[in-house]
Design a protein around this ligand. Structure first.
Ligand SMILES: [Zn+2]
Length: 355
């Protein structure tokens, strides 16, 4: 019985990666119930992304519902604690690298990221963030502390795993940075972080009623995602060759103006969406991964995955690499060989027309 109900784009040929560009979008503090069906009617860009396989019942890190540990998990494919964890537990502006401000459990233990794999394979890489604490990324995987390039296939691309790192406070600037990065190279991996729903939540609370400030902030992000999708639509080099993976670091609302309680459903229940431009895809990621992942219902699934694991935001990095036809992040768990997540059909697709 085939459990994979979706098909890859018609233009994908055997041996060709599904896409040339992947944008990992993290919308900070995006609790899942903001994207329930009734809300999607007012959110046209989110709604379009939901044409791809998705779930509203993914989980954040098993032991953390704050920003930096979860984002480190997204790009490393590791949870925070436990065997193989990335061990980065701070959520403040990072210390200087020499003072411990690196994602590195010990001085000699390098933690690779999805940027490492894409960069070393010769792809363009970028991270555009709207919180200054993301300097952790460029400290850890920038020129000074990034690992040597051991992937001989792409030549020696050096130690700077994040080719473009940018901070932008205003949401339209964030989107402009992503569009620039998409235009920059024929193939690439872009991570983008929109902070607004988190900052509005900390000010007014995570109120999901349609006329409240927090939902207005989600609509602002919908407008930005619409601009991004329009840019993809308008560029023939991106049409049918671009994917978006949308998730978040955590939800929010417990306590009311924050999200620090890792036991609260509204904090740990998050969306995870995979959209491939031009593809006809099914709707449910748990159905597509039946046997490999288990829908946790309302459970937090706190520890280190006894039995089948839920889908987590920590799946984002390897899902992106899978779509780009690249190997998983070395040492990663989520979306790697030990805990795979199918985001596109493994079945051979029809050859490219005319070839
Ligand atoms: Zn926050």
């Amino acid at each position: 019985m085939c459990l994979l109900h979706f098909v890859v784009p018609a233009l994908v040929s055997l041996g060709t990666p599904p896409v040339d560009h992947v944008v990992i979008v993290s919308v900070d503090g995006l609790r899942a119930d903001a994207l329930e069906a009734h809300a999607l009617e007012q959110l046209p860009a989110f709604s379009r992304l939901f044409q791809g396989p998705h779930t509203l019942n993914a989980r954040c890190d098993p032991d953390s519902s704050v920003t930096l540990p979860n984002h480190v998990g997204m790009v490393t494919g590791r949870s925070m604690r436990g065997p193989g964890g990335h061990a980065y537990e701070l959520n403040t502006l990072p210390l200087a690298p020499a003072a411990g401000g690196l994602v590195r459990p010990s001085p000699t233990r390098y933690i690779a990221s999805c940027f490492d794999v894409a960069h070393d394979a010769g792809l363009s890489t970028a991270a555009i963030a709207s919180k200054l604490k993301f300097t952790l990324f460029v400290q850890t995987w920038g020129e000074d502390y990034g690992a040597p390039d051991t992937d001989v296939r792409g030549g020696d691309n050096g130690t700077n795993k994040i080719g473009t790192f940018a901070f932008a406070h205003e949401m339209p600037q964030v989107t402009a940075g992503v569009i620039d990065a998409l235009d920059d190279a024929p193939r690439g991996l872009i991570f983008v972080h929109y902070a607004l729903p988190d900052s509005v939540g900390h000010t007014t609370g995570w109120t999901t009623e349609p006329d409240q400030p927090w939902m207005a902030s989600v609509k602002v992000i919908d407008t930005e995602l619409g601009r991004l999708l329009s840019a993809i639509d308008a560029d023939p080099a991106l049409n049918d060759r671009t994917a978006v993976i949308l998730t978040t670091d955590h939800g929010g609302g417990v306590p009311f103006r924050t999200h620090t309680d890792p036991d609260a459903l509204v904090n740990y229940r998050i969306p995870f969406v995979v959209w491939i431009d031009g593809a006809e895809l099914s709707s449910d990621l748990y159905t597509a991964n039946s046997g490999a992942r288990t829908d946790p219902g309302v459970d937090r699934t706190p520890s280190h995955e006894q039995g089948a694991a839920p889908i987590r935001n920590t799946d984002a990095g390897n899902a992106a690499l899978q779509l780009l036809g690249l190997d998983p992040i070395p040492g990663s768990t989520y979306g790697g060989e030990s805990l795979p997540l199918a985001v596109t059909s493994p079945a051979p697709a029809a050859p490219r027309a005319g070839s």
